[in-house]
Design a protein around this ligand. Sequence first.
Ligand code: SF4
Length: 432
Amino acid sequence: MEIVKNVVCPFCGTLCDDIICKVEGDEIVGTMNACRIGHSKFVHAEGAERYKKPLMRKNGEFVEVSMEEAIDKAATVLAESKRPLMYGWSCTDCDAQAVGVELAEEAKAIIDNTASVCHGPSVLALQDVGYPICTFGEVKNRADVVVYWGCNPFHAHPRHLSRHVYGRGFFRERGKPDRTLIVVDPRESDSSKLADIHLQLDYNKDYELLDAMRAVILGHEILYDEVAGIPKETIYEAVDVLKNAQFGVLFFGMGMTHTRGKHRNIDTAICMVTDLNDSAKFTLIPMRGHYNVTGFNQVCTWESGYPYCVDFATGSARYNPGESGSNDLLQNKETDGMMVIASDPGAHFPQKAIERMAEIPVIAIEPHRTPTTEMADIIIPPAIVGMEAAGTAYRMEGVPIRMRKVVDIDLLSDKEILERILARVKEINASK
Ligand code: SF4
């Protein structure tokens, strides 16, 4: 058995880079340091269906086809659709994403990633009011106040707490005893059970609570006995902890971006963090979900000027979330051909969007059988980044980390598949 050290986990935005893989032949048979979710990605699950050949739906049945035929059909769908949509991207590497942007421009497509159903509202907010962020290293070494607002890292980013709350740092030698942990969540979650202060607010009332906290930070009284179900004395106490932080950090998640107010919740949270810097040092970090959702927004921004929902229909990049987001295009029945890569909208989009997916040609660049591949007309299986292919990913606070190839597989990488589709789309366009 071979031991491979310093492997990067291709699952969540924590992007742990201390994983040890146990390898037998061309198979990862075990891991060390990975959490349960990370481990299950590395180790092949008995019975899970892994595609090894391209498939195409013919007369309602999937049949194996050559890579050339699958690439040609995928390119034809993109080149001939009037409003092609290219969605996904958050579970592949930055080089593949860069080819994707070039392909979207060539196909006059809309390119969009999972941000539009995740931290897209955070992107809208930071474009309005700024982005006072720091890196994980600063949190580990300096933070004495850690807030998790609308997120449950115990379940969704399982090693986040051990690295940033329980971990010992240069100025926080004792780890957790040197830090105050605040969790804001309507539920009693496994994360809130670890908190020193749990603000168990009413569901959908984050904006009201943030506004009350901002008012107190700015020296005003709270006019009501309670706000969002939290007694005003508790709000005063929590604000006192925030204002007296030597170094505070606000991690925030879907409890803010998916509830009433969406980007306005994030907007006022950013303003609160900015206000806190009058008396404390305070920063924030969005709990980005997939391991390289951040990378797509970086790549797309430096290539096109915009982070997601980018529409190349006119030949130059336009950006208008609410019009050019994947769900907008599907639910408004605008898109007439869809390419999905490294994502599973068949499982995670609302019913109305999936109904449109069932009506149009769908290409899935995807290694496993999923609800999306069930709806697909063409399935092209790639090597999996971080296990079978190398590449760059960006951690949730924007630190780029090189993902390792641990084992060999006889499949093309996402980047190679996209390069071949791009070359074919160019040929089709040249012949028009
Ligand atoms: S916390 Fe996230 S990145 Fe770290 S091992 Fe678990 S799934 Fe992987």
